[in-house]
Design a protein around this ligand. Structure first.
Ligand SMILES: [Fe+2]
Length: 378
């Protein structure tokens, strides 16, 4: 379990203005499960009706979450245990996939809650990288040893009609629907994500802002400073923790551009999610060019897993969008300055991320496990 090694102090420390203290995430995961499964599906009263206000992600900005009267210590643990016990009772008596009102359809809610918890695990991992001395398991040797295939710098992707979004059946978030077609021009896209080595050359030439967690080693090189460790930066790994602005500026410097999210989705057709670095098993990325046997039909590798990839696109509703199961998941974020990221990361769960999955954040943010690859017109 991710939080097992942490002290009560570490659980309640604010490490970054844009990340919640871990105790908030834990209470929020349990409270969200209680709200949707115990109350709405199970029709039961909450254990403490006041808690919902403090664990509402929209009402409470991250930087003020530690000032709330949150559950802490043994109280938090027993709340988590009690909610989980009540959830299991409800699920025991629930008809899964019985075709009832989809708002209260237990099968959908069950999958949504699992995805929600897994997505919070990823944000908790973002924070854990700031915790000095967190006993990170070493990079999984199997991931570090993934063979790297040689190949062209860019691969060609045919234009034409692209199928975008998630089919009407099966679990997906509202923002991935409805599935629809888009006409795309032919384009080229980088075969692999941009590497630390390439980004370091760009920073050296332009003086651009380095990614988060890079520290100068005093000899002209860079260290990777995460989990309280200082390790030489590996130039062969995909560059991580760049902002959208940094990625877009790099692309322009390289004579390229970021792909639109639709180009990204097209370029990822045929990618094998089973041959991808997911599930935070590795605590890091495989070298750029790995998993060539899981490449997309166009030959682009690592589109799924390793790192989220910034795209040029703003986060907007697809034509015919309808909010489900609640507007606060996606709808309230449409039309802002958010840019879309695709493909999942080593810290995301394999079963949560689909080719159509859309993540989003502000263009200046760097806490996401995000890198990028470039594109250009054919
Ligand atoms: Fe949440």
């Amino acid at each position: 379990m991710l939080i097992e090694p942490l002290s009560e102090t570490e659980l309640n420390t604010v490490y970054s203005e844009i990340l919640s203290p871990l105790a908030w995430d834990l209470g929020h995961i349990a409270n969200f499960e209680e709200l949707w499964l115990v109350q709405r599906v199970g029709g039961r009263e909450p254990l403490d009706g006041e808690l919902g206000r403090f664990y509402d992600a929209i009402e409470n900005p991250r930087k003020t979450r530690n000032e709330l009267p949150l559950l802490r210590g043994p109280e938090l643990r027993s709340y988590m245990d009690e909610v989980r016990a009540r959830t299991l009772e409800v699920l025991d008596g629930a008809e899964l996939d019985d075709g009832a009102d989809p708002m209260l359809e237990a099968g959908f809610i069950y999958e949504m809650l699992i995805a929600h918890e897994h997505q919070h695990n990823e944000t908790m991992l973002q924070l854990l990288q700031h915790v000095d001395g967190y006993p990170r398991p070493g990079l999984d040797p199997a991931i570090a040893a993934e063979p790297v295939a040689e190949g062209p710098e860019m691969v060609a992707v045919d234009g034409g009609t692209a199928e975008i979004g998630a089919a009407a059946t099966g679990f997906a978030y509202d923002n991935e629907r409805p599935a629809h077609e888009r006409e795309l021009d032919s384009f080229e896209i980088d075969r692999t994500p941009v590497t630390n080595g390439a980004f370091a050359a760009y920073v050296a030439e332009t003086g651009a802002e380095p990614p988060m967690f890079w520290e100068r080693d005093g000899e002209g090189g860079w260290l990777d400073a995460r989990f309280g460790l200082r390790e030489p930066l590996d130039p062969a790994l995909p560059v991580a923790h760049v902002s959208w602005e940094g990625a877009a500026d790099y692309a322009a410097w390289a004579g390229k551009r970021l792909p639109s999210e639709f180009e990204w989705e097209r370029a990822a057709e045929g990618s094998d999610p089973a041959r991808a670095n997911f599930d935070h098993l590795g605590y890091g990325t495989a070298p750029a060019g790995a998993y060539a046997d899981g490449a997309s039909r166009w030959g682009a590798v690592q589109m799924m897993g390793d790192l989220w990839e910034w795209t040029a696109s703003r986060f907007e509703a697809y034509p015919g969008f309808s909010a489900f199961p609640y507007p606060e998941y996606s709808e309230v974020f449409f039309g802002g300055d958010y840019r879309v990221l695709r493909g999942g990361s080593w810290a995301a769960r394999r079963e949560v991320v689909r080719r159509s999955f859309r993540n989003w954040d502000h263009p200046y943010r760097r806490q996401i496990f995000a890198g990028f690859r470039c594109a250009r017109d054919a």
